[in-house]
Design a protein around this ligand. Structure first.
Ligand code: ADP
Ligand code: MG
Length: 340
């Protein structure tokens, strides 16, 4: 791993007829790392990725790849591969032909082409399916073809935009592992766009959480989970998300603040012994535990976890407590003011 960052976005902005696309995007990516661009729909993830790819040119700022200023370079000159949600496979070409299409265009000799294809098919578990057409494949297999095509390109940088969103939940989690393993085995740098926090948290070395065209926080999954810098991050990261409570509900904290607490830091106590007395909204059985939703004026997203199956009728009163050390304190602007 080099000490200089492999990919750099510096104060990048992109607007459409004066309307915000992305603003103030500054980001450094280490070679060989897996970086997720995460955030709700419309927050600027794809725009950031397209600026990196050379499919858009920024109005402000600079883009560097491997030390070179590529801000205005064409996509084809940036030495990267891309995988999209839509697979973008040619329906009339076989798996093999789809995978080597780019190599053919670049006039790579046939023997080399076939070697690379066989290796990519092996890595992606597609051996034996060379002759099939995309229409004869499952969604997961099609996505693997798109991955194989990116692999044969042999680039050190691969950009992926929501590559799993067409797959069902079970397949998503297995292809997620495949992509992560591939990235590690090949030692490539992946920039991965997703709106799914579970995906970002489980795959990425570094998560870049965006909102309204701006970066909210950059950090490891654990940093974003344990130390959200603002209430947006607190409520976006984690399933369940962090609960927020008005400060007047909690002794010793100044008014006007929001106080965050995670479900795993909340304990149920006998009636009258808690810091808050709540009412149950619903209980959701998750298998190994039950997530019990709680309601109290001045709070949002309060949940408590109970091991195994826990049957609790809605409307039941539950008293809860928590330690001050587990509280996340945010000022009236929503920015974190305790911890680092
Ligand atoms: P995301 O990928 O996070 O869903 P996008 O990067 O696609 O978000 O979009 C960010 C913002 O930029 C949105 O408000 C979107 O409407 C706008 N936008 C993106 N592409 C264009 C375009 N070609 N023309 C006009 N506005 C665009
Ligand atoms: Mg997008």
């Amino acid at each position: 791993m080099s000490t200089k960052p492999f990919v750099v976005l510096k104060d990048v902005a992109k607007r459409w007829n004066g309307q915000l696309g992305v603003e103030n995007i500054s980001l450094e990516i280490e070679e060989g790392s897996f970086v997720a661009l995460l955030g709700p729909s419309g927050c600027g993830k794809s725009t950031s990725l397209r600026l990196l790819a050379g499919l858009e040119i920024p109005d402000e700022g600079k883009v560097f790849i491997d030390g070179a200023d590529v801000t205005t370079s064409a996509a084809s000159d940036r030495n990267l591969s891309m995988v999209f949600q839509s697979y973008a496979l040619f329906p009339h070409l076989s798996v093999a032909e789809n995978v080597i299409f780019g190599l053919k265009v670049r006039r790579v000799p046939k023997v080399e082409r076939n070697e690379k294809m066989q290796r990519a098919l092996k890595i992606t578990g597609l051996e034996g399916l060379e002759g099939r057409k995309p229409g004869e494949l499952s969604g997961g297999q099609r996505q693997r073809v798109a991955l194989a095509r990116a692999i044969v390109a042999g680039q050190r940088l691969c950009l992926m935009d929501e590559p799993l969103s067409n797959l069902d939940a079970k397949l998503r989690s297995s292809v997620r592992k495949d992509i992560k393993k591939l990235q590690r085995d090949l030692g490539i740098t992946v920039v991965y766009v997703t709106h799914d926090q579970t995906e970002a948290m489980s795959m990425a070395d570094k998560v870049v959480l965006m909102k309204d065209g701006r970066i909210q926080q950059i950090g490891s999954p654990n940093e974003l989970y344990s130390n959200p810098e603002n209430t947006f991050v607190a409520e976006f990261i984690g399933a369940p998300a962090m609960a927020l409570m008005d400060s007047y509900l909690i002794d010793g904290i100044k008014n006007g603040n929001k106080i965050g607490i995670r479900a795993e830091n909340i304990t149920i106590v006998p009636e009258g012994k808690g810091r808050l007395s709540c009412s149950v909204t619903e209980a959701e059985f998750l298998g190994s535990e039950t997530l019990i939703g709680l309601e109290h004026e001045g709070t949002t997203g309060l949940n408590v976890l109970q091991p195994g199956l826990s049957i609790v009728p809605s409307g039941q009163r539950i008293d809860i407590t928590f330690d001050d050390q587990d509280l996340h304190i945010f000022n009236s602007a929503g920015d974190r003011i305790n911890g680092q």
